[in-house]
Design a binder for this molecule. Structure first.
Ligand code: HEM
Length: 428
């Protein structure tokens, strides 16, 4: 029997509850999510950490929960986490004093910080960045195109978003390899030992604090101190209010963290899905050869829906007793919205388990919904489209160089992504 197929015949068996969070589940969680959607759409479960939480798996419930102001993002509301322990899935942020960021706060603080960052992180700034993303993409492919094989995660999907976000923030080029090392440590150990991660986050934090300080000092002397995002964040003001240095550091950190593992997974999961669906991939390749953009645009949205980078939205906590999907949720209970399950809900999407790059009406939840909707979506789309189109154009006979059953998925609750993606192609 193929791994991951064990539950398929059980979807119609209400009394046989699938085991969650096993190795088999990690490699293909979709049959188990189909069972939950059908038989226990709002389901209380014990997580591998021992903490109990509710999983929300139907599209309609998920969308509602993401916009429900009775569900707080602030960990102080967790009945077990009265000391404000972070559950964002961002390792080490608490010990590095980086908790005050968008994914851990509610209005009115969230509204203020989000307004400030939106003034600096504009779609225009992202659009102007397109040539640099193309340059980075080509440069990374140049490093391995002549070899005929590569691990696409390590050699391509991982460095691209790191260098991109560092450039955008204004981290000098000579320091960007330090970020690559710290970020590598953070994702290698996500779901694993934490000591090295905490050290890397602390180093990243002190570097960011120092850089923000330097840029702030430089501002008065330079009326137009460059277009980098850190300078933009420092300059941004709202009714005379600015970000404090601590808020600016936490903001840069969340932009870095939320902006790199997600994009790695978009490129990794997306390429993997294309390689496993040759007809769809061939259609995309032909449309790119004709110079068309449309299938690439709808295709990247479909890849986000089909096997998106963020499996579960970040932690939310009930601030009062409430009812959802027929279940009573107590005040202080954590609620986890399973984006990956909602985006395969047959009540919302026709043939949800089929990859259809031309799918219209694709209101997937891959970027979330409501006030915490992904602020980096324009950048993610730019990076995802550029990376996938350039890979298919430059390495047209790209193929998987491993048995899919031997691929490993990274641990951790929130993200869904491959550890490795070995590929082969004709060397150029
Ligand atoms: C394909 C790539 C990406 C995906 C799938 C993704 C997905 C998400 C999701 C699902 C959320 C909402 C989380 C929740 O409500 O619990 C979110 C929020 C966020 N994302 Fe992204 N993201 C991506 C790329 C990026 C990038 C490139 C950046 C920035 C450089 C970024 C920055 C953020 C930030 C700061 C938030 C918090 C917004 C808030 O709380 O107001 N993301 N993202």
């Amino acid at each position: 029997m193929r791994r991951g197929s064990r539950y398929r015949h059980l979807v119609n068996a209400p009394h046989i509850e699938p085991e969650l969070f096993t190795w088999e589940f990690a490699s293909n969680p979709y049959p188990a999510y189909a069972w939950l959607r059908e038989h226990a759409p709002v389901h209380r479960t014990r997580l591998p950490s021992g903490v109990e939480a509710w999983l929300v798996t139907r599209y309609a419930d998920a969308r509602q929960a993401l916009a429900d102001s009775r569900l707080s993002k602030n960990p102080v509301h967790h009945s077990e986490d009265a000391h404000g322990k972070s559950r964002t899935g961002i390792p080490g942020e608490r010990s590095a004093n980086l908790m005050t960021h968008l994914l851990n706060i509610d209005p009115p603080d969230h509204t203020r910080l989000r307004r400030l960052v939106s003034k600096a992180f504009t779609p225009r700034r992202v659009a102007e960045f397109a040539p640099r993303v193309q340059e980075l993409t080509d440069h990374l492919i140049d490093q391995f195109a002549h070899t005929g094989s590569a691990d696409l995660i390590h050699e391509f999907a991982f460095p691209l978003p790191i260098y991109a976000i560092c450039d955008l923030l204004g981290v000098p080029r000579e320091d960007q390899d330090d970020f690559r090392d710290w970020a590598g440590m953070m994702i290698r150990h996500s779901g694993g030992p934490r000591g090295g991660v905490a050290r890397s986050v602390k180093k990243m934090r002190s570097y960011l604090a120092e850089l923000i300080h330097r840029k702030r000092e430089a501002l008065p002397d330079k009326p137009d101190p460059g277009e980098d995002l850190i300078s933009g964040l420092i300059r941004a003001s709202d009714h005379g209010e600015h970000l404090t240095e601590n808020e600016a550091a936490a903001m840069c950190f969340v932009l870095l963290f939320a902006g790199f593992e997600t994009v790695i997974n978009l490129i990794g999961n997306g390429t993997y899905a294309l390689l496993r669906n040759p007809q769809q991939r061939a259609q995309l390749q032909k449309s790119l050869e004709r110079g068309e953009q449309e299938l690439l645009d709808t295709g990247v949205e479909e890849l986000l829906r089909y096997d998106g980078p963020v499996e579960l939205a970040t932690w939310r906590y009930a601030t009062e007793p409430l009812e959802m999907g027929g279940q009573r949720i107590a005040s202080g209970d954590p609620v986890l919205v399973v984006l990956a399950a909602a985006d395969r809900d047959p009540a919302r999407f026709d043939e949800p388990d089929t990859l259809d790059l031309s799918r219209g009406d694709n209101q997937h939840l891959g970027y979330g919904h409501g006030i915490h909707y992904c602020i980096g979506a324009p950048l993610a789309r730019l990076e995802g489209r550029t990376a996938l189109a350039t890979l298919l154009r430059r390495l047209p006979d790209l193929r998987l160089a491993a048995d899919p059953m031997d691929l490993r998925w990274r641990g951790g609750l929130i993200m869904r992504g491959l550890r490795n993606l070995p590929v082969e192609f004709t060397a150029t």
